[in-house]
Design a protein around this ligand. Structure first.
Ligand code: UDP
Length: 239
C-alpha cells in the first residue's frame, strides 16, 4: 500500500539534461523510463501531478544566440525541444499505464493539447499527469519560470525540483567537500547569495505566490516518493 502524504497536487520540474543519462546530448530512453517509474510511484499515492521538463538536452536559446542566431528564434527552438521531451515522457508514462496529457503553451494541435487552464485542472482532477510543454510560450524565459507559473495557475502546493544533488548547498557540493546543505532557506537568501536553484525570475514568482520549492535528488531511486511521504534529505526554499 502507498504511504500517506500531505500533498494533494504538486509540480515536478526536471531539466532536459535529466533525460539524457550519461550521454552528452538528447534522450536516453532507459533514463526517461526510470524517471517515469518515479512519477508513477507518486501517482500511485493519489497525488495529482503536473510536470515541466526543460529542453537543455536538445537546445538552449542562449547557446544558439551565442553562436550568432537571432535570440528569439533560438528560444523558440528551445521551446520546441521541451515539446519533444514532453512527448518522450508521455510515452514512457503511458507504457506504465499512467494516463497523461501533453499541454503546450504554443498550440500545435496535431501533437498535443493547447493550454486552457480550466481544462488542465479537469485533467488533474481525473488523475491525468499534465506535462506542460513549450515553456511559457515566450522567448527570454526559462522552463523554471514556466514551472512556477503553471504551478501557481494549477494551485500546486509545492514545486519539486529534481536535481543531481539532494538539496541546496552553500557552494557546489560536487567541487567542494565541505559544502553545507540547507534544510530551509528563504527566497531572498537564494537570490542574494546567487545560489543556483532556479533562475531569479522563477524564484521571485514563487516568492510572490508563496510557493515552496523542494529541491531533491532525482538520482536517488525512490527519492521523489520518499520525500512526499516525509522521508529523505532535501532543501525547502520558502514555505
Ligand atoms: N524557453 C523559452 N521560454 C520559456 C521556456 C523555455 O524561450 O518560457 C527556451 C529557452 O531558449 C531555453 C530553452 O527553451 O534555453 C530550454 O529551456 P531551459 O533552458 O529552461 O531547459 P533546462 O535547462 O531546464 O533543460
Amino acid at each position: 500500500t502507498a504511504p500517506a502524504t500531505a500533498f494533494k497536487r504538486v509540480m515536478l520540474k526536471i531539466s532536459g539534461e535529466a533525460l539524457m543519462g550519461d550521454q552528452g546530448y538528447g534522450l536516453h530512453p532507459p533514463t526517461v523510463q526510470r524517471i517515469a517509474e518515479e512519477v508513477k510511484s507518486v501517482h500511485d499515492m493519489g497525488v495529482e501531478i503536473c510536470m515541466v521538463i526543460g529542453g537543455g538536452n536538445i537546445f538552449r536559446g542562449l547557446q544558439g544566440s551565442a553562436q550568432g542566431m537571432e535570440r528569439t528564434t533560438a528560444d523558440y527552438m528551445g521551446m520546441l525541444a521541451t515539446v519533444m521531451n514532453a512527448l518522450a515522457m508521455q510515452s514512457a508514462l503511458e507504457s506504465l499505464g499512467v494516463f497523461t496529457r501533453v499541454i503546450s503553451a504554443i498550440p500545435m494541435d496535431q501533437i498535443c493539447e493547447p493550454y486552457i487552464r480550466r481544462r488542465a485542472v479537469r485533467h488533474l482532477e481525473k488523475k491525468r499527469v499534465c506535462i506542460f510543454a513549450a515553456g511559457t510560450g515566450n522567448p527570454y524565459f526559462t522552463t523554471d519560470t514556466a514551472a512556477t507559473l503553471r504551478a501557481s495557475e494549477m494551485s500546486c502546493e509545492a514545486i519539486f525540483k529534481g536535481t543531481k544533488v539532494d538539496g541546496v548547498y552553500d557552494k557546489d557540493p560536487v567541487q567542494h567537500e565541505d559544502a553545507v546543505r540547507y534544510d530551509n532557506i528563504s527566497y531572498d537568501d537564494v537570490l542574494t547569495k546567487h545560489l543556483k536553484v532556479m533562475d531569479a525570475s522563477a524564484i521571485a514568482l514563487a516568492r510572490d505566490n508563496n510557493l515552496p520549492i523542494i529541491v531533491f535528488s532525482l538520482d536517488e531511486p525512490g527519492g521523489f516518493r520518499g520525500i512526499l511521504a516525509g522521508k529523505g534529505t532535501y532543501t525547502t526554499v520558502g514555505g
